[in-house]
Ligand binder design. Structure first.
Ligand code: GAP
Length: 443
């Protein structure tokens, strides 16, 4: 279990040092709150998406997938209410010229350096709040005028609603059923920050579940619990996960009820995922604006389905999993940093290490084992440096197991299996090592 030593800065430093996350456009001084994902970050994110897809699509028979475009017909965002209402209240500070969200002023501080005169600290001198639309706009086609304006999607959800008719007429679905989608979304956030917690370009994992109106309340309760359970099943400590129903005045413009799954980040309790009851808001508005009927027509029934939506983000889940997994401890008087990631999420499942990196026979056996393992799981081969140092390298990226090839392997075809968390080392037969690991992974 991770100790309380974790801070966002420590996680960010490890991510940069070990190739998970880099500041974007680094050599040009970066771009505010924009990040690039390195090798281990890519693998971790693939696993987060994979586990979401497994739970939401693969292991269910009431769900289908979708991958809609990022730039949609701008009318979509008029109908959805985003052009008129997807805004945050913004205030300017006349002293430091920074901008803040009027509803999050407790996080803000004046950006001007304190005065040289003792006791004089600059105070923010704030303007009246005004609404700031968070959608990024662009132009489609060669002509840049009002008619060519389009938006980068601020949520993936609308791509699902506008495909409701396509999906119901081409696939064998009937309510209750869901459409799940993963993809990038863009918001011109006034105050992004806290590493990858709030970004302007981020990736969402959203699912719209279409149900009979009278069944919506029950499905809402079902999805709140289902999504809480998913986070805990992948290792988040139960004590760091809680459910928080929205107050009526904080509901988004489309929602009639919402519950956040919150995680206790080092910066406090924050939204990890939102589950919203959207009623028939979206299908009704798209039907009105497009002139296309969006309803369910059964044998002897016809209605506009209601929608329950669990919506999370890959980047924010990644930060929660990293914070929860981060630990520092001392072993035999030496410090070790370890990511206790759930094995299914770990970027690398197993490291194969020849005890003596220059011993040709050990190297040959280790390479052969590594090449067999990597066909079915993410594996890494490392023959450089002392064995203790190689274990530490793997601990830092969260690799749950290491297989070490030594003198005894050459004599009796057994290897040492080292466990990242217990540090126990077991002797196991080389033959069957792969099956043993697959079994531990539950695949
Ligand atoms: N379709 C509903 C919707 O988009 P949301 O609460 O605005 O709801 C859902 O976003 C999830 O997407 C959040 O819980 C969070 O995980 C992620 N998310 C939203 N804005 C984000 C941002 N600026 N940076 C990173 N992740 C974000």
């Amino acid at each position: 279990m991770a100790s309380d030593v974790v801070t966002i800065d420590k996680v960010a430093a490890l991510c940069r040092r070990r190739g998970f996350v880099y500041p974007s456009s680094d050599i040009y001084g970066g771009l505010g709150s924009s990040y690039d994902y390195g090798h281990y970050g890519v693998l971790l994110r693939q696993n987060i998406r994979g586990e979401w897809q497994r739970a939401m699509i693969q292991e269910r028979d009431d769900m289908v997938a979708l991958d809609s475009a990022i730039i949609l017909n701008p009318q979509v965002w008029v109908a959805s209410g985003h052009v008129a209402g997807f805004s945050d209240p913004l205030v300017d500070c006349r002293t430091c010229k920074l901008r803040f969200r009027a509803d999050k002023l407790e996080d803000a501080s004046c950006g001007k350096r304190p005065s040289k005169h003792p006791g004089e600290t600059p105070q923010c001198d704030l303007t009246e709040p005004r609404q700031f639309n968070m959608m990024f706009d662009t132009h489609v086609g060669a002509v840049r005028d009002d008619a060519s304006v389009a938006y980068l999607r601020p949520e993936t959800a609308q791509g699902i609603f506008v495909n409701f008719k396509n999906v119901t007429s081409s696939l064998r679905v009937k309510p209750p059923f869901g459409i799940a989608q993963i993809g990038k979304s863009f918001r011109n956030e006034i105050t992004p920050g806290n590493f990858i917690f709030r970004l302007r370009e981020f990736e969402q994992m959203e699912m719209e579940f279409f149900v009979r109106p009278e069944d919506a309340e029950e499905w809402f309760r079902y999805w709140v619990e289902e999504r809480r359970r998913w986070h805990v099943s992948l290792g988040l400590r139960e004590s760091h996960v809680r459910l928080r129903p929205h107050e009526p005045d904080e509901l988004a413009h489309y929602a009639t009820a919402a519950v956040d799954v919150e995680y206790l980040f080092p910066i406090g309790w924050q939204e990890l995922e939102g589950i919203a009851y959207r009623g028939d808001y979206d299908l009704r508005h798209h039907a009105e604006h497009s002139g296309t009927k969006l309803e369910w027509i059964g044998q002897d029934e016809r209605y506009v389905p209601h929608v329950v939506e669990p919506a999370g983000g890959v980047d924010r889940f990644m930060l929660a999993f990293l914070c929860d997994a981060y630990d520092e401890e001392e072993i035999s008087g030496r410090p070790r940093t370890v990511l206790r990631l759930h094995p299914r999420l770990a970027p690398v499942k197993v490291a194969v290490l020849p005890l003596i990196g220059k011993d040709a026979a050990m190297v040959e056996r280790a390479r052969a084992l590594y090449e067999e393992l990597r066909k079915t799981m993410s594996a890494e081969y490392d023959a450089d440096a002392a064995i203790g140092k190689r274990y530490r390298r793997q601990d830092e990226i969260g690799t749950p197991w290491a297989l070490t090839i030594d003198e005894q392997t050459l004599a009796d075809a057994t290897v040492t299996l080292r466990d990242r968390d217990t540090l126990e080392q077991d002797r196991i037969p080389l033959e069957g090592a792969r099956e043993l690991l697959l079994d531990k992974l539950g695949t």
